[in-house]
Design a protein around this ligand. Structure first.
Ligand code: AHR
Length: 308
């Protein structure tokens, strides 16, 4: 009868293997490598077929990958967008093709929020605020003015924009905290080192604090500080974001003072979202990853258990 036919159809639908097209923005940092591994592992575990593309920091390459996914009629597209702006046209193409889009890790700026289903990732503004709170606490007894250097990530990317914003929001509570230097270093160790070297050549010991928007840039900066003959973590307070194993090791050595966690292990949440979407469920518009703050005092104990 009709009832059993319906049951049979339902079973077929839920057993079908779904295809997810994932447009990864690049491979600039240890965070990103852990994020890529997490997506690949979680897809395999969930039995979801994955089409993976690495755009190597190019938004144009992300557009090309997404167009390819649309052409292949994948079931869902997930995007980790390199920058915040410019996404409306391509998201409209996906919508017209009837393919739902999930944002992973970074946010986009669009006037029509129906262009994506959900955004899974960190609250970057809150991460910046956490860094700012540590700064206030750590420099409480420093005689002002306290000179700060900032290594920003990729220009136009949501983590860089929002971390900078959250940090400044808290910094404003104390007038003699001054940002002396601020440069984009693309979230890479190499550019972090280069930028820090030029900060030091210009400002020398006036730099008392470094806020690096990620661990890779902090690691590069540590090299530059040591080459310059200063002690990272002592002569210059170092605050970083992500929480990679390498950063924890540096923190255990006293070379980084504080790490604000940003969790790259988004794969399982993403696959769960894909499955729910395919089952016809409505997802919350925002899925925020829970995160902590770690300081020198806890570094050694935590370092061993780091998963990335
Ligand atoms: O979007 C998340 C950021 O991108 C991470 O903090 C950084 O390490 C990565 O490159």
């Amino acid at each position: 009868g009709i009832a059993s036919e319906e049951t049979a159809t339902a079973a077929v639908v839920s057993d079908r293997e779904f295809t997810l097209g994932f447009s990864q923005l690049g491979s600039e940092s240890d965070w990103r490598l852990a994020n890529t591994d997490s997506v690949k592992e979680a897809a395999a575990e969930a039995g979801i077929r994955l089409r993976f593309d690495n755009a190597e920091q190019s938004q144009t390459k992300q557009f090309e990958a997404i167009r390819r996914f649309i052409g292949e009629k994948v079931d869902v597209i997930a995007i980790a967008p390199v920058v915040q702006s410019g996404w409306e046209p391509i998201l409209k193409e996906a919508k017209q093709a009837g393919i739902p889009v999930i944002l992973s890790d970074r946010n986009v700026e669009v006037s029509d929020p129906s262009l994506y289903v959900t955004f899974i990732g960190s609250d970057f503004t809150e991460e910046g605020r956490k860094a700012g709170k540590y700064l206030l606490d750590k420099t409480r007894d420093f005689a002002g003015p306290v000179g700060i250097a900032e290594l920003k990530g990729t220009e136009g990317s949501s983590p860089s924009i929002e971390r900078g914003k959250g940090f400044r929001e808290i910094m404003a509570k104390r007038e003699d905290l001054v940002i002396l230097e601020s440069e984009y270093a693309d979230f890479t160790q190499e550019q972090g080192k280069e930028a820090m070297r030029s900060f030091l050549n210009k400002r020398g010991r006036d730099i008392r604090v470094l806020f690096a928007h990620n661990d890779d840039m902090a690691l590069g900066a540590i090299e530059a500080i040591e080459e310059y003959g200063l002690e990272p973590g002592k002569d210059i307070v170092i605050i970083s974001v992500d929480g990679t194993r390498k950063a924890f090791e540096m923190m255990a050595e006293g070379k980084i003072n504080c790490v604000v966690e940003c969790n790259p292990l988004l794969g399982p949440n993403l696959m769960q979202a894909v499955k729910e979407l395919m089952a016809g469920r409505t997802l919350p518009k925002r899925i925020i990853t829970p995160e902590s703050v770690f300081t020198e005092e806890m570094a050694e104990k935590e370092a061993a258990g780091r998963k990335y």
